[in-house]
Ligand binder design. Structure first.
Ligand code: ADP
Length: 584
């Protein structure tokens, strides 16, 4: 009974019944040569080999899981992704899932596990949560090597003559230290490293200048891991990352620093997706990183391509609400992959809608306000406005939405009915799902709604054409997806906009917005469906390697902070069994 047990306790019990990964891979139709086992229950899959072997096989149905605007109450997106995979399994479908590797920042701070919960989880939990096969470490190292190259180059150019540099086969790059675009990466929530001064030792201790850290999953290298399509594509992208600008305005790339080959070498072990399983033994690919607010935040294109060749139904998760996670899935990931989704699931909970309807603030760790544990149809009804915005976004993409009401024990019939009626009036399919409490058996209504939606024709199309100018495109996303009245720019954002527009095709790279996930607007305090606001763009980054233009809206930071009651306090090791406990 999941009510009586924590997620990690359920996972620990369920792990007694795990399938060896060789069996899992065989059932999925993989050959022994196509898997690289990491222990008994996890393997990496040689995506290139499988895609070459199965190139003529038609793709399965492609389903994205998104949600309403997140609240601190948790909507259960990962739980629903796992639940839907298990539910489709119960209907006898050949199914796979794809989720992102959790970042250690949230794992040790407030999020805990990102493997789902209750009887809908991805296993084995501890390795999944604690670094898995090292992909994020590889991203961090690869990213930081570019910074090592940059600061060493700055130091050597500052301390030496042109003759000395040419004797070392170096041409002076004349880097402008005030225009360094890249910072360091670390996969923890370390707010004190957001802004730092480096090189504060002597002349041989590096170049003194301001710098800082972003969380690893927000790195351009992680974005590249999400969107690359082949090893040669990855190699090419790794040389295009803009690290800084020269005094003559030209970019300094990772190729200029001659570090791109080594960065690719460090990333090589991360290119193959990881194969894990649900509690009920369906295959789950885990690849690339979360954070659709400050990053692309999508499971990788290669994982989805692989899964679509192997399964009849593939469920991928895009994180946070449809305004950011789904918007990036839709306009970036699908554009770059050429894949067309068949349906999107919007995860809704009655209690999160109550918060959008004006319910009281929630403090993590504190007892829940009775508004969330006792019936309150008024708050639910008001909060449905938020759900309607996300339904409209999915419909704007031309695909069929299925609203999944992720059922909590305190939900009443009246509350569920309001959500159902409102979603149906907006022409969405609706299913009440009990996967958290019952696993796949509790998700068959959802799985049936999803198969129905997948079998209906759709009219998938992008929000903006490839050739829409950047400024117009930012405005289109702001107005049509966020509900803004318009967009404003800081002087620095205006300057960068003008520079990007003068860079020809660069302005037509897909647009990867950075915006809070906690509101449809840029202001996390505005719940429900805010209107009448202007979206303030404070900066615009250019990720040439990932091929993305990244406008930054509002105050959001690329390095989150650790809270006063972080989750690491509850994580420990049972020294008798050697098992990890306390992962939520
Ligand atoms: P998200 O992906 O939206 O952040 P998760 O799927 O990680 O949310 O779930 C967050 C937490 O909520 C997990 O601890 C999970 O066990 C719990 N949870 C999810 N759905 C339910 C439910 N229906 N009833 C009770 N707890 C739930």
């Amino acid at each position: 009974d999941p009510v009586l047990m924590k997620d990690w306790e359920i996972a620990e019990k369920a792990e007694d019944f795990l399938k060896p990964v060789k069996v899992l891979a065989m059932e999925l139709g993989l050959t022994e040569d196509e898997i690289i086992p990491h222990g008994k229950y996890i393997a990496k899959v040689d995506f290139a080999g499988v895609l070459a072997r199965l190139k003529d096989r038609p793709n399965g149905k492609y389903i994205d899981v998104t949600a309403i605007t997140p609240t601190p109450l948790g909507e259960g997106k990962s739980t629903t992704t796992m639940g839907l995979v298990q539910g489709l399994g119960k209907l006898g479908k050949k199914v796979t899932g794809a989720i992102r590797q959790p970042s250690s920042g949230p794992t040790f701070n407030i999020k805990g596990s990102a493997a789902g919960g209750g009887l809908s989880q991805c296993l084995p939990l501890s390795p999944f949560s604690l670094g898995l096969t090292g992909d994020i470490d590889a991203v961090t190292n690869s990213h930081n090597l570019a910074m090592v190259a940059l600061q060493a180059r700055l130091q050597h150019e500052a301390n030496n003559t042109d003759e000395f540099l040419s004797s070392r086969h170096l041409t002076r790059l004349d880097i402008d230290p005030s225009r360094v675009e890249m910072k360091w990466a670390m996969d923890f929530c370390a707010q004190s490293l957001r802004e730092i001064i480096m090189g504060i030792g002597g002349k041989t201790d590096g170049y003194r200048m301001p710098s800082g850290f972003g969380i690893s999953v927000s790195s351009e290298v992680m974005a590249i891991l999400s969107v690359f399509t082949s090893l040669s594509d990855l190699r090419e992208r790794m040389g295009k990352i803009i690290v800084a600008y020269r005094k003559n305005d030209e970019p300094v790339t990772t190729a200029d620093l001659e570090v791109d080959g080594a960065m690719t070498a460090l990333l090589l072990r991360a290119v193959n997706p990881n194969l894990l399983q649900t509690i009920e033994g369906q295959p789950v690919f885990v690849h690339a990183g979360p954070f659709a607010n400050i990053a692309i935040g999508q499971s990788s294109i290669v994982a989805d391509r692989l899964a679509l060749k192997l399964a009849d139904y593939h469920v991928t998760e895009s994180g946070f609400g449809a305004d950011i996670g789904f918007e990036k899935f839709w306009n970036i990931k699908c554009r770059l992959s050429g894949l067309k989704p068949d349906c999107a699931v919007i995860v809704v909970t009655a209690r999160a809608l109550k918060m959008h309807g004006g319910g009281p603030k929630v403090t993590p760790g504190a007892p829940l306000d009775p508004a969330y544990t006792t019936p309150n149809t008024k708050l639910v009804e008001k909060g449905c406005q938020n759900m309607l915005a996300h339904i409209q976004t999915v419909k704007t993409a031309g695909i069929n939405p299925v609203v999944c009401i992720n059922h909590f024990a305190a939900d009443t019939h009246e509350e569920i009915d309001i959500i159902r009626r409102t979603a149906e009036q907006a022409e969405a399919r609706v299913a009440v799902s009990h996967h958290w409490a019952k696993g796949g058996d509790g998700a068959t209504e959802l799985a049936e709604a999803v198969t129905d939606a997948c079998n209906e024709p759709n009219n998938f199309h992008f929000l903006y054409p490839e050739n829409m100018p950047l400024k117009k495109r930012i405005e289109t996303i702001a107005r049509k997806v966020y509900g803004a009245n318009g967009v404003s720019y800081t002087p620095i954002a205006m300057e960068k906009l003008a520079r990007i527009e003068s860079m020809g095709d660069t302005q037509f790279m897909p647009t990867c917005m950075v915006k809070t996930h906690l509101s449809l607007s840029h202001d996390p305090a505005l719940k429900g469906r805010p209107s009448g606001f202007t979206l303030p763009i404070r900066d615009i980054l250019t990720y040439m390697g990932a091929g993305l233009v990244v406008p930054v809206a509002g105050d959001i930071k690329l390095m989150p902070g650790t809270s006063s009651d972080p989750n690491f306090k509850r994580i420990d090791v049972d020294t008798q069994t050697g098992k990890v406990k306390g992962l939520f």
